[in-house]
Design a protein around this ligand. Structure first.
Ligand code: 13P
Length: 333
């Protein structure tokens, strides 16, 4: 076991992780929802609102940055990574380069970015990153995800994790089974279990040190177009069953993505999961927190609306949500 990696991983999941690593395409989409046109300077101003929010460090222990963002500075010329580190918030970096389809007739994708990864990691490390993130995506539809897609994505997640650890960077391993579709929670359970089992098989096969890994999975829910949505208790119970079945006890932390759930619902689910976890921490040995993008930022983005005069209220809204998510990560909401 690599003590350094394990300690960093534990620190990153100590509170919550803010996913602020939207790619250029994704941040463009998010800003468009408030009528703002994305460019590097606007993106910087928006992310500065989040990173400079008063007492962010009380609720947020890690922030995932994007290649553009890790090079940016505050209005006062302080690099974001330095600002965050000074506040005791650990900077991380998205290192995958997005998804590519296997074929036109199926939704299955694999993720690019292994080429030259070692070199990029060294640069990010010099810029202050202590952890990284790689996202694989799985869609439930017809015969998808196929065995080929599950195998290839699990394999690449393992290769990525190994390269990170060799560079003394903690890998966040993110296999996301999308909520898109009208499938049942049972179907989501089956697929998420299949994906996570494959991911941990490959991580072990590639000698990845599981004590220096953070898992970032989806919660197990009904498909978002299913009119019959599983209730909070069922989501919490089912999600924990899948984690118990697949996640080895050495893994220090599980940080759930929000996946398009509303801030309120994602927070409620996290709280319910941790309430169960608190009843038996031997059975559920990992720290369980959030690494939300939309569910941490959505309300703040709306409150800001691209206007300078709204910065203070946007920060207040962001911190209020961050506090709730942190409390939910303790099952204390
Ligand atoms: P969401 O919480 O908005 O799903 O984003 C998390 C993330 O980082 C996806 O890669």
């Amino acid at each position: 076991m690599n003590k350094q990696l394990n300690e960093t991983a534990k620190k990153v999941v100590a509170k919550t992780i803010l996913a602020a690593d939207e790619s250029t395409k994704t941040i463009t989409k998010r800003l468009a929802t408030i009528g703002v046109v994305s460019n590097p300077e606007v993106n910087r101003q928006y992310r500065q609102i989040l990173f400079t929010a008063n007492e962010i460090e009380k609720y947020v222990s890690g922030v995932i940055l994007y290649d553009e963002t890790i090079r940016q500075k505050t209005d006062d010329g302080i690099p974001f990574t330095k600002l965050l580190s000074q506040e005791g918030v650990i900077p991380g970096i998205k290192v995958d380069m997005g998804t590519v389809k296997f074929s036109d007739d199926k939704p299955d994708t694999y993720t690019e970015g292994l080429e030259g990864l070692e070199k990029r990691l060294l640069e990010y490390k010099n810029l202050g990153a202590k952890f990284a993130k790689w996202r694989s995506v799985f869609t439930i539809a017809g015969g998808s995800p196929t065995d080929e897609a599950v195998e290839k994505n699990a394999q690449d997640l393992a290769l990525y994790a190994k390269i990170c650890q060799d560079a003394e960077i903690v890998p966040i391993v993110e296999p996301e089974v999308l909520m898109d579709g009208n499938h049942s929670i049972e179907k989501d359970k089956e697929v998420t279990e299949r994906v996570l089992a494959s991911v941990f098989n490959k991580l072990k096969a590639h000698n990845v040190d599981l004590s220096g890994v953070i898992l970032k999975p989806n919660m197990v829910t009904s498909g978002k177009d299913n009119p019959q949505q599983a209730d909070t208790e069922t989501v919490a119970q089912t999600t924990l069953e899948v984690m118990k079945e697949t996640v080895p006890p050495e893994v220090p932390g599980i940080a759930f993505l929000s996946g398009g759930q509303s801030p309120e619902l994602a927070t409620r689910h996290l709280n319910a999961i941790n309430k169960i976890r608190n009843t038996d921490q031997n059975k559920y040995p990992w720290r369980i927190t959030a690494s939300f993008g939309r569910a941490l930022q959505g309300e703040a983005l709306e409150a800001w609306g691209g206007k300078n005069e709204n910065v203070t209220v946007a920060q207040k809204v962001f911190i209020e949500r961050a506090e709730k998510v942190f409390l939910a990560s303790l099952g204390q909401l």
